[in-house]
Design a protein around this ligand. Structure first.
Ligand SMILES: *Cc1c(COP(=O)(O)O)cnc(C)c1O
Length: 400
């Protein structure tokens, strides 16, 4: 064996020493979203993005089965060659209709959607403006685009005053010489659960003639009267140029998509490299998306129930002397971050929670900035009162 990879021994040991090494685990689902089996131990699952409990919905499984029966499995080629089936086309039309947009385009994943969209919209001579808490797929898209990157400070949410966006306004006002400019934000920050100030961002985009791209990965299906996300909830949909979402979180399926005007989608289909340099997802995956979309449109009670779960969790926190103060302020959505700081402490806390019967992931760099390791609780519409009460009691023990 050659020794050219020997440096990895030291590199992996270094990750270990800093509490940053990940171990692969094998997880088995037990029926639905709120239960999981990790290494043989049955746990209440507070680590899933399956917010509406759709990942194990039998209607989606049946749609997949039937698509496999008629189409087989593999798509065989890029969507621009022969990989795009009737299921893909129907899902793209369905998603556009759902989003109230002219058109949409399916990507293999949400990650590929962000990388593909950003690199298609911005390049050398352009500028991108990215929230410091944006997801890795946005960061990677910005880096790969070759555009000049301006990272603006994390905005603390809808309640934030305009002054929080002063830095972004300064960047924009100093950047009038760029050919094109693109502001990018998540609508709900994936690791913090807070909402971005979309109204203010839309105003800035208009004032400075910049494009605005919003990633609704954790909001699609969850927020807004029709489940379209925070853009719908805040009434800014028509002010946003590109909306990004994933089918793999609240929709319980797989794949990402961009929605917007027809000319935008035409451009992405021609210029977003992750779109056409990857084989299309199987037709059956698109069939899953179609079935999930139908459920999201018809069963508003799922997102209503999730909102009610968020309220119940807040009420439990209010009653907890130990957790109330720190956690209530940060619990605004189904994602509840419990910032611990040190990665080793976060991992130890997650292990203690597991011993008490609860799976809550420890989130460490590079998923969060250094010094901000956290426990990330995600609530789903399937969590029972008893499970929420149990978690709060376990957190009280663990975070002594
Ligand atoms: C999960 C996530 C993605 C990636 O979506 P996948 O479909 O899982 O690849 C993109 N953006 C944000 C904000 C996310 O949280």
């Amino acid at each position: 064996m050659p020794h050219s990879l020997d440096w990895l021994d030291d590199a992996l040991t270094d990750l270990d020493n800093r509490g940053l090494r990940r171990q692969l685990s094998v997880n088995a689902r037990q029926g639905h979203a709120s239960q999981i089996e990790v290494a043989g131990q049955a746990l209440v699952n507070f680590g899933s993005n399956d917010y509406l409990g759709l990942a194990s919905d039998p209607r989606i499984a049946a749609a997949v089965q039937s698509a496999i029966d008629s189409q087989g499995w593999g798509a065989g080629a890029s969507p621009l060659v022969t990989g795009r089936s009737d299921f893909h086309a129907k899902l793209e039309r369905g998603l556009a209709e759902f989003e109230g947009a002219e058109a949409s385009l399916l990507f293999p994943t949400g990650y590929a959607t962000n990388v593909g969209t950003i690199t298609a919209l911005a390049g050398k001579g352009d500028a991108v403006y990215s929230d410091e808490l944006n997801h890795a797929s946005i960061i990677d898209g910005c880096r790969l685009s070759g555009a000049e990157i301006h990272v603006y400070p994390y905005s603390i949410g809808c309640e934030s005053r305009a002054s929080d966006l002063d830095k972004l306004a300064n960047f924009l006002s100093d950047g009038r010489h760029f050919r094109r400019r693109l502001i990018i934000t998540e609508s709900i920050f994936s690791m913090r659960g807070t909402l971005a100030p979309l109204t203010e961002l839309a105003n800035l985009a208009r004032e400075y003639d910049a494009m605005l791209m919003v990633d609704e990965a954790h909001a699609t299906g969850v927020f807004g009267k029709h489940g379209r996300g925070i853009c719908e909830q805040l009434g800014v949909e028509t002010l946003v140029d590109v909306r990004i979402a994933t089918l793999s979180k609240a929709l319980g399926s797989h794949g990402g998509f961009a929605a917007g005007s027809q000319k935008l989608i035409d451009w992405l289909a021609n210029r977003a490299r992750p779109y056409f340099f990857s084989t299309a997802a199987p037709a059956a995956t698109a069939a899953a998306g179609l079935a999930a979309l139908k459920i999201v449109r018809e069963e508003a009670q799922r997102r209503e129930r999730l909102q009610e779960r968020i309220k119940s969790f807040r009420a439990l926190l209010e009653r907890s002397k130990r957790l109330g103060k720190t956690l209530l302020a940060t619990t605004t959505s189904q994602i509840v971050p419990i910032v611990v700081g040190d990665p080793v402490r976060a991992v130890a806390a997650a292990a203690e929670l597991r011993s008490l019967g609860f799976f809550v992931p420890a989130i460490r760099p590079p998923s969060v900035p250094a010094g901000q390791s956290l426990l990330r609780v995600s609530l789903t519409c399937l969590h029972t009162d008893e499970q929420l009460e149990g978690l709060v009691a376990a957190l009280e023990t663990t975070l002594r």
